[in-house]
Design a protein around this ligand. Structure first.
Ligand SMILES: *[C@@H]1O[C@H](CO)[C@@H](O)[C@H](O)[C@H]1NC(C)=O
Ligand SMILES: *[C@@H]1O[C@H](CO)[C@@H](O)[C@H](O)[C@H]1NC(C)=O
Ligand SMILES: *[C@@H]1O[C@H](CO)[C@@H](O)[C@H](O)[C@H]1NC(C)=O
Ligand SMILES: *[C@@H]1O[C@H](CO)[C@@H](O)[C@H](O)[C@H]1NC(C)=O
Length: 409
């Protein structure tokens, strides 16, 4: 009986314990913005190269991204030569990474940042570069030698059924290397019925579904995909996260309001915040969204409890998350009729316990207000294809009894 109980308690809580990603990882990767540009003659500022990584690392520090928490920077697909060397080792592209990968790792570390590098679990990456299959140990050794701190392992060109043992095996090699490295898996994205218990035991984060593309349609497709799977929430927590994919913010596909929607919903979902944008040319209004410390604090809440969509009506949605010191509630308006849309919600609609709160809008679109058990429904007006993102902080009891306490409605 005792043994039985112990087994079940353990199986409920068992998760990868490498001491990393205790809050969702934050950083920058090449893919969404720079894809597989390898032609540095035609696209000198956009090709996947040492120059791009160095100038991005510089900007991460000088423009405040590192200070805001974005401490990982790295390279997605298309950094390799098409063939391994005679000893079976991966070779970085000789023209685009003339000083090799260790030089990249050293430069990133010299800036106080950590190094993300992409590979693929199959025998080829999406863009046709060599994958790790058959070379797992050699590749882990290379990554360790280059000072990699975070491996993103995609899952193209391999049988999805092989992943249930292959991803854990690769993770075991990572662990045995002795170098702490965040393990980003893509395992569930390729399977119909992923074994999330096992995935959580072996990965720090995992892509659940299809790649995000630079558009509102793609963003809302991913939001809907997650909203229909509330059962995913239980698999997230400190050290192990669902990953709805990169931030589009600052690129061409989203307006400022739509970019706020992504930042708010990703924070509710305790999603990794991985930017992919040209930090040299990003416009200030997008930069402010990425650097919004109060929104980042929601994403990075130490309790690590993922939230989800809890209400939707007439193309308006409420996303809600419990925090260690309150609640975060995003009202998302997916209507395109060109006027703010008015919503009134109960405590239950918002999944917020009935008590008295200070309420602030985290994108500075409203004054601080109070909301409590004496009030009627909570009211908000949201721009078309936009969001109001509220933090509900419980009032202290002495504030409630203080008759001089002023609240602005
Ligand atoms: C690549 O992987 C697939 C799926 O596991 C396999 O069928 C195929 O034979 C492999 N190709 C090569 C060249 O190894
Ligand atoms: C390897 O796994 C053990 C057991 O989970 C863990 O304590 C240790 O931190 C891991 N080491 C690395 C380098 O990931
Ligand atoms: C909104 O909720 C309704 C019922 O709760 C559901 O039928 C509908 O599919 C949801 N909308 C979206 C976009 O998922
Ligand atoms: C506005 O939304 C409706 C309903 O979702 C849709 O049918 C219509 O195409 C949209 N119009 C524009 C201009 O996006």
């Amino acid at each position: 009986m005792y043994v039985l109980l112990l087994c079940c308690v353990l199986s409920v809580t068992s998760a990868l314990d490498n001491g990393l990603a205790l809050t969702p990882p934050m950083g920058w990767l090449t893919w969404q913005r720079f894809r597989c540009k390898t032609d540095c003659k035609t696209y000198p500022d956009e090709c996947i190269s040492e120059a791009l990584i160095r100038r991005t690392a510089d900007k991460m520090v000088s423009d405040g991204y590192l200070a805001a928490g974005y401490n990982y920077v790295g390279i997605d697909d298309c950094w390799m030569e098409k063939d391994r060397d005679k000893d079976g080792r991966l070779v970085p592209d000789a023209t685009r990474f003339p000083n090799g990968m260790k030089a990249i790792g050293d430069y990133i570390h010299s800036k106080g940042l950590k190094f993300i590098l992409f590979q693929d679990y199959g025998n080829k990456t999406l863009m046709g570069y060599p994958g790790v299959l058959g070379h797992e140990k050699t590749d882990v050794d290379s990554f360790v030698g280059w000072g990699v701190d975070y491996i993103k392992l995609a899952g193209m060109n391999v049988e999805p059924s092989k992943m249930d043992t292959g991803y854990p095996e690769f993770g075991r090699l990572m662990n045995e290397s002795g170098r702490p490295m965040v393990y980003s898996c893509s395992w569930p994205a390729y399977q119909g019925k992923p074994d999330y218990k096992s995935i959580r035991e072996h990965c720090n984060l995992w892509r659940n579904t299809f790649d995000i593309q630079d558009s509102w349609a793609s963003l809302t497709d991913i939001m809907d995909w997650f909203a229909k799977k509330p059962e995913l929430v239980e698999f997230a927590g400190p050290g192990h996260w669902n990953d709805p994919d990169m931030l589009l913010i600052g690129n061409d596909g989203l307006s400022v309001d739509q970019a706020r929607v992504q930042m708010a919903v990703w924070s509710i979902m305790a999603a990794p915040l991985i930017m992919s944008v040209d930090l040299n040319s990003i416009k200030d209004e997008f930069k402010h969204i990425l650097l919004n410390d109060r929104v980042i604090a929601v994403d990075q809440d130490e309790m690590g409890k993922q939230g989800m969509r809890v209400w939707n009506k007439s193309n308006c949605e409420i996303w809600s998350r419990e925090l260690s010191n309150g609640y975060a509630v995003a009202f998302v308006n997916r209507r395109n009729d060109s006027a703010p849309y008015a919503v009134a919600a109960t405590f239950d609609d918002m999944r917020v316990p009935a008590q008295n709160y200070h309420v602030e809008e985290l994108f500075d679109q409203e004054y601080l207000r109070c909301y409590g058990t004496m009030d009627r429904k909570f009211r908000s007006r949201i721009k078309p294809l936009g969001v109001k993102f509220y933090k509900f902080t419980p009032m202290k009891s002495n504030e409630i009894s203080d008759e001089h306490y002023q609240c602005y409605y």
